[in-house]
Design a protein around this ligand. Sequence first.
Ligand SMILES: Cc1cc2nc3c(=O)[nH]c(=O)nc-3n(C[C@H](O)[C@H](O)[C@H](O)COP(=O)(O)OP(=O)(O)OC[C@H]3O[C@@H](n4cnc5c(N)ncnc54)[C@H](O)[C@@H]3O)c2cc1C
Length: 294
Amino acid sequence: MQVPAQFQYEKATSVEHALELLGRYGEDSMVVAGGHSLIPMMKLRLAQPETLIDINGVGELSRIGVDRDAVTIGALVRHAELLDSPVIGEHFPILHDAERVIADPAVRNRGTVGGSLCQADPSEDLAAAFVALDGVALIQGPDGGREVRVREFFTGPYSTVLDQGELLVAVRVPIRSSASAYAKVERRSGDWAVASAGAALRLDDGHIAWVGIGLTAVGAPAFGAPTAEEYLMGAPATEELFEDAGTIAAEHCSPVADQRGPVDYKRHLAATLTTRVLRRAAARWRGRRNHEET
Ligand SMILES: Cc1cc2nc3c(=O)[nH]c(=O)nc-3n(C[C@H](O)[C@H](O)[C@H](O)COP(=O)(O)OP(=O)(O)OC[C@H]3O[C@@H](n4cnc5c(N)ncnc54)[C@H](O)[C@@H]3O)c2cc1C
């Protein structure tokens, strides 16, 4: 059985305390949240922090807060909590769609929103969902706080804008009166994606008034599809338009061949899934409007 190299353990009790510990132990320290990515990496010696800073006791990171304009999801909110949250289901069904297909209950009970985003795995489902929703990462560091759009948070595979000593504290998602959907193709239930896509949109008089698209596991730069979004803006929401947008999104992906499939197959999925989630989000939008009118 593989075991991690020896490390020192510190338990943070507040955000300030976590930042103080990160500052004290410097670049040889790492934060642990759910541990579902970090602990396996430590066992494989792909990560060897000398000090592990456990943030699981920081209650302020575990909240889902709602105000008039936005929902703020703490970095320590577990996948299962997101899936069970009625507020999330009401405003962002894309997150419920995504959570239903992330791993299994054991991973969902422990893995966190913040850990998922900070790990920046190219197959991460929540990354694509938050890009589609145009969420904002709330970051705290030794010099104060800063905000970064999730679509600018990822700088490459397993890499983010977070500097040493910084903590992701939450993701804020604007409530912009939109409908959304997420779809994933996996080899078997609970597996990582072969390809996934998410979309959020608002229609105005049958035209696209706002749209966000996110893709995962297909080499979309920073999980986004900005050219497809630009193509859609202002156009009438037809099946043909959604198919064209899927093709454009897929053209801007750079999938790699691996045990989950060849490049052409993944590109095909990127197009098909983008079209599917746009269609589904539009149907949800129209369904909601009809419901409100009756
Ligand atoms: C068997 C298995 C199957 C999985 N399947 C899927 C899947 O289908 N889809 C999917 O999207 N994910 C999947 N995952 C990943 C899962 O979503 C994990 O929750 C995620 O990888 C990491 O979250 P965590 O809380 O465990 O983070 P950790 O492992 O604790 O941390 C991951 C990284 O983020 C850093 N970090 C954590 N929190 C913060 C913070 N607040 N601020 C700064 N840095 C932080 C850590 O230092 C570390 O570098 C799977 C995982 C497993 C083990």
